[in-house]
Design a protein around this ligand. Structure first.
Ligand code: C5P
Length: 221
């Protein structure tokens, strides 16, 4: 089975406040995008990588990534960017979708996701327990519920899918989703979990970037 990993990296990174698209922020001299791609290649279970970047960055990224990594232009929403990646991977039997922002994801986690797919699962997400109690609120901020914490999981990437299933989920998608498995759930597909890893955290805020820099032994800015 041919495994193609899609790396959406076309977000603007507004919450990080670095003044540039998040995937191009550096950690130990390498961009988050490059680190994410290197992790996928180091896993030994990925045949091809397609990265999705802002349209104006396509030529520069093509020159910076290893040979064999394909680069395509993304869209306004993450869903649009992933859709562009799916279109560039017609050869895939299994598709992984991995955020560039999860730059420190251990290659072993990537291998666990692919192993579950090869064992016959058609949709697999890495998860970790939730430390905080989570509440739902109404538009005024008044609490409307407290889901049982032991049943909650935070979802990471890469999320893995049989390519046909993910293509069908995206063909049926009528609105945006914050994760790809959510679109598979909407068409009724069972989604299985494997153990995630705290190092696969998404670098979203300045605090996350400080943590990532500390972990890669670079002085925080
Ligand atoms: O915004 P969020 O943190 O959920 O983004 C997750 C990943 O999706 C990031 O790697 C980001 O670059 C990517 N993304 C994208 N196209 C967008 C928005 C986000 O590729 N329009």
């Amino acid at each position: 089975d041919r495994v193609v990993a899609l790396v959406p990296a076309a977000g603007q990174g507004v919450r990080l406040g670095a003044g540039m698209p998040k995937a191009f922020v550096t950690l130990g001299g390498e961009t988050l995008l490059r680190l994410a791609v290197d992790g996928l290649l180091a896993s030994g279970v990925v045949d091809r990588v397609v990265v999705i970047v802002p349209a104006d960055r396509v030529p520069e990224v093509r020159g910076e990534l290893p040979d064999g990594v394909d680069v395509v232009a993304g869209g306004a929403e993450r869903t649009d960017s992933v859709r562009a990646g799916i279109a560039a991977a017609p050869d895939a039997d299994l598709l992984l979708v991995h955020d560039a922002a999860r730059a420190l994801t251990p290659p072993e986690l990537i291998a666990r996701v692919v192993a579950a797919l090869r064992a016959g699962r058609s949709a697999v997400v890495p998860v970790v327990p939730v430390a905080d109690t989570v509440k739902t609120v109404d538009p005024l901020g008044v609490v409307t519920g407290t889901p049982e914490r032991s049943e909650l999981r935070a979802v990471q990437t890469p999320q893995g899918f049989s390519a046909d299933l993910l293509r069908r989920a995206y063909a049926a998608a009528e609105s945006v989703a914050t994760d790809d498995a959510g679109l598979v759930e909407r068409i009724g597909g069972p989604v299985h979990t494997v153990a995630g890893d705290p190092l696969a955290f998404k670098i979203t805020t300045a605090l996350d970037l400080a943590l990532a820099r500390a972990l890669s032994e670079e002085p925080a800015i």
